[in-house]
Design a protein around this ligand. Sequence first.
Ligand code: ATP
Ligand code: MG
Ligand code: MG
Ligand code: MG
Length: 476
Amino acid sequence: MKTSEIRSAFLEFFRSKGHTIVPSSSLVPSNDPTLLFTNSGMVQFKNVFLGSEKLGYVRAADVQRCLRAGGKHNDLDSVGYTARHHTFFEMLGNWSFGDYFKREAIAWAWEFLTGTLKLHKDRLWVTVYHTDDEAFDIWNKDIGVPAARIVRIGDNKGAPYASDNFWQMADTGPCGPCTEIFYDHGPGIPGGPPGSPDEDGDRYIEIWNLVFMQFDRAADGTLSKLPAPCVDTGMGLERLAAVLQHVHSNYEIDLFQHLIKVAAKLTNTADLENKSLRVIADHIRACSFLIVDGVLPSNEGRGYVLRRIIRRALRHGYMLQQGGLGQKQPFFHAMVGALVEVMGDAYPELLAKREFVERALKAEEERFGETLEQGMKVFEDVAKKSGNAIPGDAAFRLYDTYGFPVDLTADIARERGLTVDMAGFELAMEQQRERARSASQFEGRASLPAELASTLAPTKFLGYETLAADGCKVLA
Ligand code: ATP
Ligand code: MG
Ligand code: MG
Ligand code: MG
């Protein structure tokens, strides 16, 4: 089944169960200034859960574009390392706003997977919140999943990929216990079942999360009940496509293979398994859709996340071209056409803004192209002289002079088994802020002759605040 057919099958199934089909909202949440990006399907319905917004329907389904590259949900550093994580992905979701609850949500999920899509029942595992006997019994008694394949799981207290059966969109807002469905890709792939010590492997892959939204979490951590219990589900389209196309990794599905082949051609890379091709294929989706949704590369906030993702992709392309025989040339913006080929039908807005996206990416590509090569030489030089960690002042120089966001430096370091001295980087950053502050005081008192002042372009220092607020969090 092609990815595009899975989208339609999902929507059709839930339409037949009385759901209103709604369009994907933007990656930039319109209703929530506290949230960097739309990280799941429920974001556009947040106020409906909270009771402050009413819709003309109580059941909805959609395919939502999501980005997990900042804030509470951040998978940027997993891209290229796991079979299942992207920055940008599509989430299939169905919702009940105070209408149906656990029983129907579970029964329909099972019917869709094992009836409509005909997945093998024996390959499916489920998890429930450790105290949720009701969900356990529905799975076990109504659906017939053997107790041995139902795992009770509590709150995840910090491990980034440990299973967590209490879902929340962010540190505050709607949340609740959940039940999740995993697919066993079979022996031979490292990893244990959910809840086991080696669950972080890629053998048992989580495909669908059904959240029973019941609470609103306040900033002080306390939970208050929502006006009505709701259902919020999310299933990764690419993960489901991998299952249905009998491949293990998301990067092996039709949509990604097309992007990977085009990236290989543009960078003269023969080995289609090369990790950098996967990263580029992931990042072209994130970057193009961010631009479609109105974000442009900049030194602050969302624009800086975009810039960081673009620069990571450019560095991977540079690495491929460096290793190959071909000539180094801009390649990233040239991938937009391939993206339109695989996603333009589902997202007409991508098709409509194609040229704009290409231009924005090309500008950034040219801009960073001027310093990337030199910066890489500096990095190699520093790496040779350093021990296990790139010193903070070197990471700062790469940032300040060569435009290397610190997470990019950390990404390069990680490939060589090195780390970055983040505390040292922070210190260098703080010192620069100090210098900028005293320089601006000086500027206030001194005055240049008018004819000289007019020839000097104002130098504006941007980005430190947001880098500290977000760029470093990536590594936390
Ligand atoms: P994981 O534990 O694998 O990181 P998650 O528990 O963080 O996933 P949820 O927040 O429950 O994911 O999101 C619902 C669904 O969205 C997941 O079951 C999965 O199918 C999909 N999904 C989540 N994160 C990603 C990602 N980074 N890339 C692709 N699909 C994802
Ligand atoms: Mg996750
Ligand atoms: Mg999970
Ligand atoms: Mg989950």
